[in-house]
Design a protein around this ligand. Structure first.
Ligand code: FES
Ligand code: FES
Length: 178
């Protein structure tokens, strides 16, 4: 069965007729030629396919495209057009938050999503006092980014980069010194 849907990606609307079993990741990559989100595990385990879907981070390999007719997708490439997205990209460069770069678009989308979640006061499993605004130290960031794996092991740089953008780092975070 097919469905006629419209998805806006990084500000550009796309109309497509798609099989109702097609994942959002496959629709983006195979149908729309949007290659910023990457396919890793294809089972919701690695986070490399993460985008912001109507402002919230999601793993697109677990989302059906047909369920998101009319949605707005922001990829890591799209994030580069706003100040915070640019700051995240630059911080990953400055603090060696990547090696091969395969996981990086997902890491950056997830970082943007978690910064919004923390700003909204959402607690994580690492939050000690759920009644107060979480402080994005190494433990908080590591927990909140735990859905994004990096096979190159660039975690120390990733945490340092996010702390810098969150305003809780000195540019040489605890993780980077380990
Ligand atoms: S490809 Fe989606 S979580 Fe791994
Ligand atoms: S930079 Fe290579 S997988 Fe993360």
């Amino acid at each position: 069965m097919e469905a006629d849907i419209t998805i806006t990606v990084d500000g550009e609307p796309h109309r497509l007729v798609t099989d109702t079993r097609t994942t959002l990741l496959d629709a983006l990559r195979d149908r729309l030629g949007v290659f910023s989100p990457k396919k890793g595990c294809d089972h919701g385990q690695c986070g490399t396919c993460t985008v912001l879907l109507d402002g919230r981070r999601v793993t697109t390999c677990l989302a059906l495209a047909v369920a998101h007719d009319g949605a707005h997708v922001t990829t890591s490439a799209g994030l580069a057009s706003d100040d915070r997205g640019q700051a995240l990209h630059q911080a990953f460069l400055d603090h060696d938050g990547f090696q091969c770069g395969y996981c990086t678009p997902g890491q950056i989308c997830s970082a943007a999503g978690m910064l919004d979640e923390a700003e909204a006061g959402w607690a994580s499993a690492a939050t000690e006092d759920v009644r107060s605004e979480p402080t994005l130290d190494d433990a908080e960031i590591s927990e909140r980014m735990s859905g994004n794996l990096c096979r190159c092991g660039a975690y120390a740089g990733i945490v340092t980069a996010i702390r810098e953008v969150a305003g809780t780092g000195d540019g040489h975070g605890e993780a980077a010194r380990r």
